[in-house]
Design a binder for this molecule. Structure first.
Ligand code: TLP
Length: 345
């Protein structure tokens, strides 16, 4: 199977498995797991934040990040297609007691002028805005990367109004690779950032939440409350350390493979995709013009050994990662072309 459903599907490398076997461990609820402690230290250094916390999932990292930056009854402004909005089971409401206020930009990533429209002033009828959430790279907008200027403006304008900023940086290392800048530059002005070790970086499990030392200490309590106190988690952190230290260098190849896919897919009849919009490892394309539902295309592809998800009534998504080679992508292109030809008959 050529699995292009997500970069979450990567299997741990031999080096990761070896490091897991050899990991020194302790009880992380007592902060006594040396491998977790080292991973947290390195994540803080790499993001340029005071401290970081190892959490089981990106969803938990976002949930805690928003909780740290808001008070019950406030609003969180984010893009209408943010992961936080669509795929996190309303955790902002459930755990933080806040309403998500979606904003959208007619073309792509919302800039400050769009976020600004979602802000609410305190008053008799309005719940005040607590924080702004930015997803970088933006998954459902095809792995788009925030230009640094736009990011700086959002953070500066938010700060000027006393608003906090959380970044869902599940794939912020992909953004760093695309921009050619360190992750610390991208997240410089955010209050908290979550990034995933278990997406393009390839770890089997885990995400990091970074911020101030004080916020991170509170985050430890929220993690425990959510059932995320993981005890001898050093076996997981050992793989996470390899992901963090060694795998950012591999992302370049995933981006090249995504561009290869995008160039070919954009030429296929009935498909709408601007290949120049593909900046990282996610290719989202509209198949409405084929007259066939994405779910049917997905099923037909599966029968021929290619896994690719539909992400809306008209769109499909292909995600590259280190477990798909350039050869696999070329094969997937051929198979998709054939499937589209046959299915439209
Ligand atoms: N994204 C998954 C699915 O949930 C859609 C994927 O296959 O892309 N933020 C962003 C931007 C994400 O893309 C994801 C996962 C998360 C947060 C949540 O991470 P996990 O799955 O570790 O909770």
């Amino acid at each position: 199977m050529i699995d292009l459903r997500s970069d979450t599907v990567t299997r741990p490398t031999a080096a990761m498995r070896q490091a897991m076997v050899e990991a020194e461990v302790g009880d992380d609820v007592y902060s006594e797991d040396p491998t977790v402690n080292w991973l947290e230290l390195r994540a803080a250094e790499i993001t340029g934040k005071e401290a970081a916390l190892f959490v089981p999932t990106g969803t938990m990292g976002n949930t805690i990040g928003i909780k740290l930056l808001t008070e019950h009854g406030q609003e969180v402004v984010c893009d209408a297609r943010a992961h936080l909005m669509d795929y996190e089971l309303s955790m902002v409401a459930w755990f933080s007691g806040c309403l998500v206020r979606p904003v959208s930009a007619p073309q792509g990533l919302p800039r400050w002028e769009h976020y600004r429209k979602g802000l609410r002033q305190s008053g008799y009828n309005n719940a005040p805005t607590g924080c702004i959430e930015i997803e970088n790279t933006h998954n459902m907008l095809g792995g788009r990367v925030y230009p640094l200027g736009d990011l700086d403006e959002i953070c500066a304008e938010s700060r000027a109004r006393g608003l906090k900023v959380h970044m869902d940086g599940a794939r912020v290392f992909n953004a760093a690779e695309a921009l050619g800048v360190p992750v610390s530059r991208i997240v410089r002005d955010t209050d908290t950032v979550m990034f995933c070790l278990s997406k393009g970086l390839g770890a089997p499990v885990g995400s990091m939440l970074a911020g101030t030392a004080q916020d991170t200490a509170r985050a430890r309590l929220y993690r425990k409350r959510l059932g995320g106190g993981m005890r001898q988690a050093g076996v997981l952190a050992a793989a996470g350390l390899i992901a963090l230290e060694e795998h950012p260098a591999k992302l370049k190849c995933d981006h090249a493979n995504a561009k290869l896919l995008a160039a070919a897919i954009s030429e296929m009849p009935g498909v709408r995709l601007d290949p120049t919009s593909v900046e990282t490892n996610i290719v989202i394309f509209d198949v409405a013009g084929t007259g066939v539902a994405p779910k049917l295309i997905s099923s037909a592809l599966k029968l021929r050994g290619v896994l690719m998800n539909s992400v809306s009534d008209t769109e499909m998504r292909a995600v590259t990662h280190y477990d798909v080679s350039t050869g696999d992508c070329l094969a997937a292109i051929d198979i998709l072309r054939q499937v589209l030809l046959e299915i439209r008959k």
